[in-house]
Design a protein around this ligand. Structure first.
Ligand SMILES: Nc1nc2c(ncn2[C@@H]2O[C@H](COP(=O)(O)OP(=O)(O)OP(=O)(O)O)[C@@H](O)[C@H]2O)c(=O)[nH]1
Ligand SMILES: [Mg+2]
Length: 415
């Protein structure tokens, strides 16, 4: 049977209705991605965070009454609460309490398929749990009152448990590092190959995996679920002008992604961010498409990745939700392609945008030299040879290569 939850959403006094609505819609879709049914929801206005319970005493009391009336399996509060607040609320409500971080962690856990994603999420979860155990320990020692020195049975158990978690985190770190090393080596060899690479990035559920699949004929899992993708997948494709490029799909963004998860998935993202150019996907069917794009841009800016060549794909144009948001997307200073993967429209404009970006990064170079000169073999290595003419002991080669590779040929005849 599906589990049920009582949802608590919060607002600040005088807060904009739209912001409250959007936040509520987001936590609801996170909860439904988890497969939980919301049987009752309550919204509280919070002037200031109340020490030890986050929400006010009267508010907590009314939640307790609702819990008695509706018997949810748990209470979810759309906030980041401290372990201590969580404990206190659990005591008042009599059922487990989860915050926004716990919900997102649970989704990541549910969706982790690869070994690396599983290791990363296990680490994030262990780190989430560790201070929570510490707090339970503090509570126990309070209960022990004035007795100092001798440790209670419960406390010893928690200490053991904490040590076990710390050891597990260290072991996970080692395993994660090993998988990262493998990936880094693969990435290095891809980079050495000189093939131009694009990374698909954007808010979760925007359609990144669907676009990867459509462009490369892959079958990466794409579904109407938040955080369906947790790994970076890279595929090759040939643009209509014959240029071979790589395309990577990766984990999506969301507003207020818990710090632990950002850290856990930073190496996965790092791989995507090493691409030569970004394809940022916006979801026109999202009621706050422009806000989601801003969130994505801010995240990328913080990661130092917003100065690369970039394309904005406005996807799901078959289901535009908000005209103002849509207009705000179109006003962005990007190379823009509008697509509907559902109607299969706009794929050509995306491919054209990709060719425009690669055209800017590549150029043709022609070199005439003796056949035996190493420059000629370098040319084969650094670029794609387009034309060869044989002369008297000489050879004239035209190759297409990245502009930044051309420097060493400059100054050479016809170089
Ligand atoms: N209506 C409509 N739905 C689309 C379109 N493109 C993708 N979708 C649907 O949107 C949902 C999410 O697509 P994904 O490709 O999984 O999105 P994603 O960006 O990879 O999402 P995460 O991996 O969860 O971050 C799926 O149900 C797709 O079928 C589109 O153009 N129009
Ligand atoms: Mg995906």
């Amino acid at each position: 049977m599906e589990s049920s939850a009582l949802l608590i959403t919060l607002r600040k006094p005088g807060e904009d209705e739209r912001a409250v609505f959007l936040r509520s819609a987001e936590i609801r879709s996170l909860i439904s991605t988890l497969g939980l049914r919301i049987i009752y929801s309550m919204e509280f206005t919070i002037k200031e965070r109340i020490n030890t319970t986050y929400i006010g005493k009267g508010q907590a009391e009314s939640v307790r009454e609702a819990v008695l009336a509706y018997s949810p399996d748990e209470v979810i509060i759309d906030a980041f609460i401290t372990p201590r607040e969580e404990n206190n609320l659990e005591r008042i409500f009599g059922v487990p309490v989860s915050d926004r971080e716990a919900v997102i962690l649970a989704i990541f856990f549910q969706n982790a398929r690869s070994r690396e994603a599983r290791l990363q999420i296990e680490k994030a979860e262990a780190e989430y749990l560790r201070p929570r155990l510490a707090d339970r320990e503090a509570k126990l020692s309070q209960q022990r009152g004035g007795v100092r020195g001798a440790k209670g049975e419960g406390e010893r158990k928690i200490e053991l448990e904490r040590r076990r978690i710390s050891e597990r985190i260290r072991a996970l770190d080692r395993e994660i590092k090993a998988t990262e090393d493998v990936r880094r080596t693969q990435r290095k060899s891809r980079e050495r190959s000189g093939i131009f690479s694009f990374a698909l990035l954007g808010y979760t559920n925007a359609g990144k995996s669907t676009i990867l699949n459509a462009l490369t004929g892959s079958e990466v899992l794409a579904e109407d679920k938040l955080f369906a993708t947790l790994d970076t997948t890279t595929r090759a494709l040939k643009l209509p002008n014959g240029q071979r490029v790589l395309l990577s799909d990766t984990v999506g963004f969301i507003s207020n992604l818990p710090e632990g998860l950002v850290k856990a998935f930073s190496s996965t993202l790092e791989e995507a961010l090493s691409a030569d150019a970004l394809i940022i996907v916006a979801d026109a069917s999202h009621p706050d498409a422009a806000g989601c794009l801003e969130e994505t841009e801010n995240t990328l800016r913080n990661l130092g990745a917003l100065d690369k060549a970039r394309i904005l794909v406005i996807n799901k144009t078959d289901a535009i939700a908000d005209d103002i948001s849509y207009a705000a997307l179109k006003a962005r200073k990007y190379i823009i392609a509008e697509t509907s993967m559902k109607d299969r429209t706009g794929i050509d404009s995306l491919l054209s945008a990709m060719m425009k970006v690669t055209d800017e990064a590549f150029g043709d170079i022609t070199i005439t030299a003796a056949c035996s000169e190493s420059l000629i073999s370098d040319l084969y290595h650094d670029g794609t040879v387009k034309n060869i003419e044989y002369g008297d002991g000489e050879i004239t080669v035209t190759a297409r290569m990245r502009k930044e590779m051309m420097a060493k040929y400059m100054g050479h005849p016809e170089g």
